[in-house]
Each structure stands twice: as C-alpha cells, then as structure tokens.
Design a protein around this ligand. Structure first.
Ligand SMILES: O=P(O)(O)OC[C@H](O)CO
Length: 385
C-alpha cells in the first residue's frame, strides 16, 4: 500500500492574507504576468466570464513568451467553462487537464472531486485559499465588493516546494486516472507542533479515498486548544467527531465560535441541514455567527495561534469524496491578521442565541427538518460516516 503523503513543518516562510477578490485577483494577475518559467493552476470552480477572459489573456501571453502553463481543473467545477474557452486555452499552448470529468455511466465515481485551490508561479510563490476563476469571486460590483466573501493566502518560502510536489503529483495522477487502486482509508501521522512562533508552515491534505490528514490535524489542534477555536465555513455539515470536539472545547471554557453564511448562500438546503446542529452546539457554549452582507465562502480556522486556510469546508460530504488542500501556519503576524479578519466579520454577523432557536418560526423548523432528514438519509445511503 502506498504511504499517504506526509508533509512536515517548514521554517522561514512569509505569508500575506488577502481578503476578497478586489484584493487578491489583481495580485494573482500581477504574479502570473510576471511569471518567467511556470504557472501551475489547480482549481475547482472555473467558468467563462470576465474574470476568465482576464486570466486567459495573461496565460496565453505567458505561454507565448515560453512560460510552461498547466491548468488542472475539476471536471464538475469547470462545467461552465465553455467549449470555446477550452479550445482557446489549448490553441494558445496552455496544457489543460480535467480531473474526473462527469460521466453519465460513472455512478458514484462522479462524486470524487478535486476541490483544491492552488496557484503556483515559478515554483516560488503559492496562492492557496477558497477562490475559483468566476466573476462572483473576482469581479467587484459598483460598490467595490465581490459577491462572494473570500480569502486567499500568498505564501513564499521553503513550503512552496511542497506545494509544487502536491501539484505535480495530482497532475500526473490525473493523466493516468484509469485503473485507480481501490479506496483504502488510513491514518497519517501528524507531525508534532514545532518550537517557535514565526514563519512555520505545513501542507495539509485530504484525499477522500485514502486519508483525511487535514481533519486529523484539525481535531488534534482543537483537542489542545486553550483560548480559542474560531472556524469559518460556508457549508457547515460536519461529522460527529468535529462537532464533539467543538462542544468539548467550549465546555472546558475555550472561546469557540463558528462563522457561517446567512441567508445569502448558493445552497440554502445545506444551510438548513447544518442548522439542525445549532441547538446542541449553543447549549454546549459554542457561539454561532451568520455573516449578513454577502455570501461568506471562507474556509479558515484559528485555534489559539494555529491557522489553517484553504479549500476544506469540513463538511462530511466533501471530506468523504474530495481532494482538499490547506496551508497550516504558526506565525504571530498571521495569527493577528486572521484574528482581526474574524473580528471584522463577527461584527457584520447575526449571532444566534438559544432564545432565537426557541422562537424559530414553524416554516423555518420544517425546512431544517426536511433538509436535515434528506442530508442524513443521503449520508446513510452513501455510507458516509
Ligand atoms: O465547493 P466550494 O466550497 O469551493 O464552493 C463552490 C460551491 O460548491 C459552488 O456551488
């Protein structure tokens, strides 16, 4: 059995947190414009539109000046990337691969998705986070806001070499997809927390078929939490282990807060399905905030001074099926920045109380029961624990 990938902590890295498309999209564009050797992109959501047109122009120009440009897009997440756009990528010299294209006869195999979001430039700079190349993420409205509230991380330093390995591995694996070995889940040894508090970074992954190291790392951090566990996700349907660890931490006095989406969401049923956990979480002392201004799409966790940011929603569904990638960080500057970002978002959120739960309207309760029941049945039917 092939060993699951294992990435140690690396020292001397530099980070920059970029909040929302109006901030990170121009930086992504600029980095790709300046590429001299390689641009490697692994993304879930990619669709035709203004943002793709801008990216295409940069990639085509890069390929024309001799930069090796590789795009690995998920076959489902990129279904709205038009045929013309695919064609012009090919024609401009960009190497293009699709992870697990949807197949009418594929059955459950269609559910395995590459959900990672990773952009590498010259093997020197990595961008990791939750974005795709869609207008909702990248193109601001007249008020200067992008519809989806998102974070991306710019990383430089030794850990980038690990991201290069991650991309290369998936690029090769996608090419020889046929005849994959059967799924076999195993535990991965989590490297111990290193000494120090600056510039430390580690690649953390899940491959739903073989390992969920990213979740193991989260659970082990929460189990050791002393002060705070703040977790942001747009799709909050976690498994019982994560719910239990959050409640245990809250009961022992840790400040546990969830930052979730409010009514502005692309999947209202998922929000209702997750709300069925609110009562027990609130009773355990977990504070729940629903972000109001826009669609909150962040996937960020802060446990004391440990930060994890990337593609993982920590919901049962995607952890079971997907490839996910997060950057785990210990760095005092990043801790402060992430803390401030959470504080800003909490201030723009509605906080739930047990009183709110008791006073919920019956139509709302009905939706929670309906979508909660459907979600539970789907998990049982698909054998998701
Ligand atoms: O899967 P995410 O978290 O990248 O979000 C994309 C949505 O699934 C699109 O509906």
């Amino acid at each position: 059995m092939a060993a699951a990938p294992y990435y140690p902590w690396r020292e001397n890295n530099r980070f920059e947190l970029m909040v929302d498309g109006h901030c990170f999209f121009p930086q992504l564009i600029q980095a790709m414009e300046q590429a001299q050797q390689t641009i490697d992109i692994e993304l879930y959501l990619v669709e035709s539109g203004q943002s793709f047109n801008r990216v295409f122009a940069i990639l085509a120009a890069a390929a024309a000046r001799g930069v090796r440009v590789r795009c690995l897009f998920d076959g489902a997440g990129s279904r709205d990337l038009g045929e013309e756009d695919r064609q012009r990528l090919h024609e401009s010299g960009v190497e293009l691969r699709f992870y697990n294209p949807l197949n009418l006869w594929g059955g459950r195999a269609n559910l395995h998705r590459d959900h990672r979001k990773l952009i590498l430039v010259d093997d020197q700079v990595a961008f990791i986070g939750g974005t795709g190349f869609t207008d909702d993420f990248c193109i601001p409205d007249e008020a200067g806001h992008c519809l989806w509230h998102e974070q991306m991380l710019r990383v430089e330093g030794p850990v980038v070499a690990d991201w290069v390995t991650v991309f290369q591995h998936q690029w090769d694996a996608t090419h020889r997809r046929r005849g994959r070995p059967p799924a076999q889940l195993h535990r991965v040894r989590i490297p111990p927390r290193p000494e120090g508090s600056e510039g430390l970074a580690r690649v953390s992954l899940t491959d739903g078929r073989t390992h969920r190291e990213l979740v193991q790392a989260l659970l082990s951090s929460i189990a050791r939490a002393e002060r705070k566990v703040w977790l942001a996700t747009p799709y909050f349907v976690p498994g019982w282990r994560i719910r239990r660890s959050l409640m245990r931490a809250a009961r022992r006095g840790v400040d546990v807060r969830l930052l979730l989406c409010g009514e502005i969401t692309d999947h209202p049923p998922v929000r209702y399905a997750g709300q069925r956990y609110y009562r027990r979480l609130l009773m355990a002392g977990v504070r729940i905030f629903e972000y109001q201004p826009r669609f909150l799409h962040l996937k960020t966790v802060l446990v004391d001074d440990w930060v994890s940011l990337g593609s993982a929603n920590f919901d049962r569904w995607t952890l079971h099926w997907n490839l996910e990638a997060n950057q785990n960080i210990i760095d005092s500057g990043m801790t402060r920045t992430v803390e401030e970002s959470f504080a800003t978002d909490f201030a723009e959120s509605r906080e739930w109380t047990l009183q709110d739960w008791r006073e919920l309207s019956w139509p709302h309760r009905l939706k929670i029961r309906l979508w909660g029941g459907i979600s539970r049945s789907a998990m049982v039917w698909l054998g998701i624990r």
